[in-house]
Design a protein around this ligand. Structure first.
Ligand code: UDP
Ligand code: MN
Length: 244
């Protein structure tokens, strides 16, 4: 059987949430050997997300984890607790015999189907370019003779692993073998989440370049415009309740 791709998606309630998750489910349902771990940022799982997942025809696990309010400020890394909850679930429910690859799939990015076939062969930790990120058209690992030797980036070039969350995948056995590897809040600077996590489990020299030696963009760090609800009535006027 194929190694299963475990895609970890933190998500939070907002006007565009159902649209984002619909777009993701339309992509993910086309990927064989796929398991979607959706972690809601909140004190409980919502009906909206539960129903969407039930209808999605994507094998999934639905979790929740609350971000403490003090961490909800700007400049703070997002979704730390949610990603860690998903790692905890994998460590509790998967074992040495399970073949899989773990990937962090934010709810607003754009994923090609080819990306998943590239990451499926990840032995330890694999990397590839990400489009529309870091103030550039793309960021990418620089590859020489099949090895990662540095990073092409326009932002914080001092990052040991100058990649976005969407730019790497980790073999499930590496996650299980490093039970203390988690995303950190304490001491983590903006943009350092990826590096702080990756340095716990790998070294730059052993990264596996994917996407034709990191020369193809197969995932995009798209961001959805904040929706204008300026014309919403103050009090409900419609005669029916409609989920959007
Ligand atoms: N997210 C979350 N809680 C929040 C803010 C963001 O769970 O309070 C999720 C969001 O749904 C997304 C991920 O964390 O899956 C990254 O957030 P965002 O896309 O806003 O970050 P950016 O694109 O700026 O890196
Ligand atoms: Mn985003």
């Amino acid at each position: 059987a194929l190694p299963v791709i475990y895609a970890i998606t933190p998500t939070y309630t907002r006007a565009v949430q159902k649209a984002e998750l619909t777009r993701l489910s339309n992509t993910f349902r086309q990927v064989p050997g796929f398991h979607w771990i959706v972690v809601e940022d909140g004190g409980a799982r919502t009906e909206l997300v539960s129903r969407l997942l039930a209808r999605s025809a994507v094998p999934h696990t639905h979790l929740h984890a609350l971000t403490p309010r003090r961490y909800k400020r700007g400049g703070m890394p997002r979704a730390t607790e949610q990603r860690n909850a998903a790692l905890g679930w994998l460590r509790a429910h998967r074992t040495r015999g399970d073949r899989g690859v773990v990937f962090f799939a934010d709810d607003d990015n754009t994923y090609s189907l080819e990306l998943f076939e590239e990451m499926r062969s990840t032995q330890r930790v694999s990397v590839w370019p990400v489009g529309l990120v870091g103030g550039r058209r793309y960021e990418r690992p620089l590859v020489e003779k099949g090895r990662v030797v540095g990073w092409y980036t326009g932002w914080r070039a001092d990052r040991p692993f100058a990649t976005d969350m969407a730019g790497f995948a980790v073999n499930l056995q590496v996650i299980l073998a490093n039970p203390r590897a988690v995303f950190k809040r304490r001491g983590s600077q903006p943009g350092m989440q990826e590096s702080d996590f990756l340095k716990q489990i790998t070294r730059v020299e052993e990264l596996e370049p994917k996407a034709a030696n990191c020369t193809q963009v197969l995932v995009w760090h798209t961001r959805t415009e904040k929706v204008n609800l300026g014309n919403e009535p103050k009090h409900r006027q419609d005669t029916v309740m409609i989920e959007v």
